[in-house]
Design a protein around this ligand. Structure first.
Ligand SMILES: [Zn+2]
Length: 428
C-alpha cells in the first residue's frame, strides 16, 4: 500500500490521531485487522438488536475483505454524541481524492448530518439548511451550530466537502419583482446560514421562466440576484445546478448556466454542480466513454471545469432526453454503472463533493453505505468487469450493464397508484 502517493489533501487530513498512526505504522493487513476489530467493537456498544448486529458484522466482514489496496479506512478520532445514542461508524475511504457522500437528514438538529454521514462512510455530504418546502425558517440553534462546526472539523469534513442544497421554492428568475424579492431574501438567508456554519458552497436550482418572461430575461434576473447576494455576504460560492428540463426551468443546457456565469461579476464566487440524472434527462449522454467525453467537452466549452464545484450522483429512472427528473439507485436506472466508473476515474472530479441523492427505501441509510463502497470500488478499474463487486450486492442492486435499461423498464411497470420503490418524489 502506498502511503507516499496519497494526495496532499489526504495528508493534511491524516495529520492527527489514529489516522496518522494507522497510516505510518500499519501494513495493509494491520489496517484490515484494526478496521475489523473496531467495527465489531462499535457495533457491540450500539443499540442494535443481536440479530441486526450479526447482519452488520457479516456485512462489515465482507467489506473488510473487499477493501482495495489503496484504501485506508479508520474510525474518526472523536464522536459526535447525540443524547445517549452511539454512532455506528462505517469504514471510511480516505486515501483518495474522490469525496463521495450523500444528501443526509438534519432531523434533530443540523449537527446530526455528521452522525448520518459517518454512519455511511461518507467523505462529503449535502444537507438542507431549513425546511425546503416552507418560506418561513426556524432560526439555527447556536448550540447545534457549534456542534456542527466542531463535528466537521473533528471528523474531517472540510468546508469544500459540504454542499448544502437550497430551498425548492426559490425562483430567482421570476419576473414578478415582489415574488423574486421573496426568493432573493430566502436565498440570502441561506447564504448567511452557510457562513454561520462555516461552509463555502451553496447549491441551488437556478429558477424558471414565468409567463411571458423570456429565458434571457430570467437568466439576467438570476445573475442580478447572485451579484446582489455576493455584495451582502463574504465568501460563499453560489453553485448552480443543471436541470432536467421539465416545465420552464432555466439551466438544463450548459449554455444557459454559462450565460449566468458570464453575467456574474465575482467569478470566484460562482460555480456549477452537475446532476448526472438531470444531465441525462436533458439529453446529455454519459453511458459510454465516447458519449461521456462529448458531454464533458460541451461542459468545458460552455462552462469550464474551473467552475465545477460538485456533482450529484444519481442514476435515472427515465430515458435519455426524457426531461423527467426521476432518480434511481446507482447502476439501477438507464445510466447503468459505466458513467459512474468514468466519473470515479476522472481527475476533473477530484476534491469536490460527489453527492448521492438516490432513493432510500424505508429510510434505511444502508443503501448509501453500499453505494459509496461501490463507487470507491470503481476507482482504478479500466472496465466494469475489473471491479470486484460482491455477488450479493450485484444481485441486490440489479447491476447488469446490458440489462440495465430492460430491468428498469420492467421495474417501471407497476399497478396504478403503486409506488416504485426506486422512485422518489423529493428531487434535488
Ligand atoms: Zn441534484
Amino acid at each position: 500500500m502506498s502511503y507516499v502517493r496519497r494526495s496532499a489533501r489526504v495528508s493534511a487530513l491524516l495529520k492527527s490521531g489514529e489516522a496518522k498512526k494507522l497510516a505510518e505504522k500499519a501494513s495493509e493487513q494491520d489496517v484490515k485487522k484494526v478496521i475489523k476489530k473496531e467495527t465489531i467493537k462499535e457495533h457491540s456498544i450500539s443499540t442494535e438488536t443481536v440479530k441486526q448486529e450479526k447482519e452488520i458484522k457479516a456485512e462489515n466482514k465482507k467489506r473488510v475483505n473487499n477493501i482495495s489496496k489503496d484504501t485506508v479506512s479508520k474510525k474518526p478520532k472523536k464522536k459526535v454524541q447525540e443524547k445517549n445514542h452511539e454512532i455506528i461508524y462505517a469504514p471510511r475511504f480516505l486515501d483518495t481524492k474522490k469525496l463521495v457522500g450523500a444528501h443526509v437528514s438534519v432531523s434533530g438538529g443540523i449537527h446530526n448530518a455528521i452522525r448520518y454521514s459517518l454512519s455511511i462512510g461518507a467523505n462529503a455530504f449535502a444537507i438542507f439548511l431549513r425546511n425546503q418546502r416552507r418560506w418561513d425558517a426556524q432560526p439555527l440553534d447556536p448550540e447545534h451550530v457549534s456542534m456542527f462546526r466542531e463535528g466537521c472539523e473533528e471528523n474531517m469534513y472540510p468546508p469544500g466537502s459540504v454542499l448544502p442544497h437550497g430551498s425548492y421554492l426559490i425562483n430567482l428568475g421570476n419576473p414578478d419583482q415582489e415574488k423574486r424579492e421573496k426568493s432573493y431574501q430566502a436565498f440570502l438567508e441561506d447564504l448567511k446560514r452557510c457562513e454561520i456554519l462555516g461552509l463555502t458552497l451553496y447549491n441551488f436550482h437556478p429558477g424558471s421562466t414565468v409567463g411571458q418572461c423570456t429565458l434571457e430575461e430570467s437568466i439576467q434576473y438570476i445573475a442580478d440576484c447572485i451579484n446582489r447576494a455576493h455584495d451582502a455576504t463574504k465568501n460563499v460560492i453560489c453553485v448552480v445546478e443543471n436541470m432536467a428540463g421539465a416545465g420552464n426551468s432555466v439551466g438544463s443546457k450548459f449554455e444557459e448556466l454559462g450565460k449566468i456565469i458570464s453575467l456574474v461579476k465575482n467569478k470566484k464566487r460562482i460555480g456549477v454542480c452537475i446532476d448526472t440524472c438531470h444531465a441525462f434527462a436533458a439529453g446529455y449522454d454519459l453511458r459510454t466513454k465516447e458519449r461521456y467525453e462529448e458531454t464533458m467537452t460541451e461542459f468545458s466549452r460552455y462552462i469550464g471545469f474551473q467552475y465545477l464545484k460538485g456533482l450529484h450522483l444519481n442514476d435515472s429512472l427515465k430515458e435519455l432526453g426524457s426531461r423527467r427528473d426521476r432518480h434511481a439507485n446507482i447502476g439501477k436506472g438507464y445510466l447503468g454503472l459505466e458513467p459512474f466508473r468514468l466519473i470515479m476515474n476522472d481527475s476533473r472530479m477530484d476534491e469536490i463533493p460527489l453527492i448521492l441523492e438516490t432513493p432510500v427505501p424505508d429510510d434505511d441509510l444502508e443503501i448509501y453505505k453500499k453505494e459509496i463502497a461501490l463507487l470507491y470500488e470503481l476507482i482504478g478499474k479500466q472496465t466494469l468487469a475489473d471491479a470486484n463487486l460482491p455477488k450479493n450486492f450485484v444481485k441486490n442492486l440489479n447491476i447488469n450493464e446490458n440489462k440495465s435499461s430492460k430491468s428498469s423498464e420492467s421495474s417501471g411497470k407497476k399497478k396504478k397508484g403503486e409506488k416504485n420503490s426506486a422512485e422518489i418524489d423529493e428531487q434535488c
